[in-house]
Write a protein that binds this ligand. Structure first.
Ligand code: PLP
Length: 277
């Protein structure tokens, strides 16, 4: 397995990072994940723009366009030239004696690696999810490597034999541990507006765009947890999750066998988009 680290492509077991790297000490870093489908990264510009925006939020400077130009060599070294894969990119602030504030004049640590992954045409799994009060901070719009809150929430899902934990903040559903959340009621699609309480998922953006193309009405409103049982359909979105029907939230089931019609329609439209872009 190969990794890109600070300008070099190395065997993974040869790639070394200081124990004083702030990514390790503080989780002081940003990451991005994107999928390569039929030889092209799906909505690459949107992913790289989000990476740039997040780095700016925490004051790490990096030429992301230059980094993008290193991706083909990494894929080639990884034997993935013509394969579908996922690419992980991480930028941490760099190495410095431990102090909380941003040290001056240090060089960021940049790492990328890719692995073969053929996403299914349509994610036909049916997710069970549990709800939980969000205990994370109020900058969930930053795709940061300090993911302990998300990790604990996802572990809570696993402990409950579920795929995801859906967060609720002040009684309103915001997002899940590694996905965005949508609901459908009377033909209208609902998802929480962007802001500090959720990551603006690229798949979320794509699905909202598809709704527009299909003339499906969208309301950017968070659904109250107390309304979950009054909704007709629910689904999750994410880069590797794609569009995944939620079968069950806590003890409430949306369907027995087949996801609702709008979920299926958006899954089909999402597949169509993957085939054409
Ligand atoms: N919300 C959180 C907390 C995430 O970690 C992710 C993806 O990792 C998403 C939403 C979905 O984002 P995207 O569609 O860009 O993968």
């Amino acid at each position: 397995e190969k990794v890109y680290l600070n300008g070099k492509i190395l065997d993974a077991d040869q790639a070394q990072i200081s124990v004083f790297d702030r990514g390790f000490i503080f989780g002081d870093g940003i990451y991005e994940v994107m999928a390569r489908i039929n030889g092209r990264f799906f909505f690459k510009k949107a992913h790289l723009d989000r990476l740039k925006w997040c780095l700016k939020q925490i004051d790490i400077s990096l030429d992301v366009d230059a980094l993008e130009r290193e991706i083909p060599a990494l894929l080639q070294a990884s034997g993935l030239d013509n394969k579908d894969c996922l690419l992980y990119m991480q930028v941490s602030r760099g190495v410095a004696p431990r102090q909380h504030s941003f040290p001056k004049g240090i060089r960021r640590t940049v790492m990328m690696y890719a692995w073969e992954k053929k996403l299914p045409d349509i994610n036909n799994n049916h997710a069970s999810v549990v709800t939980m009060a969000d205990f994370r901070w109020s900058r969930c719009d930053i795709k940061m490597t300090s993911l302990l809150g998300n990790v604990m929430a996802n572990e809570h899902a696993m402990q409950n034999d579920c795929y995801e934990t859906v967060f609720e903040r002040n009684g309103i559903i915001t997002e899940a541990s590694h996905c965005n959340v949508f609901f459908v009621k009377d033909g209208v699609v609902y998802t929480h507006p962007t802001g500090p309480y959720l990551l603006d998922g690229i798949t979320r953006q794509v699905v909202l765009e598809l709704c527009e193309q299909l003339a499906i009405e969208v309301r950017l409103e968070g659904v109250p947890a107390s309304e979950i049982q009054n909704m007709d359909e629910a689904f999750l979105t994410g880069t590797s999750t794609q569009v995944l029907a939620i079968q069950k939230v806590d003890d409430y089931s949306y369907f027995e066998k087949e996801p609702g019609p709008l979920t299926q329609k958006l899954q089909q439209a999402f597949l169509g988009l993957k085939r054409t872009v």
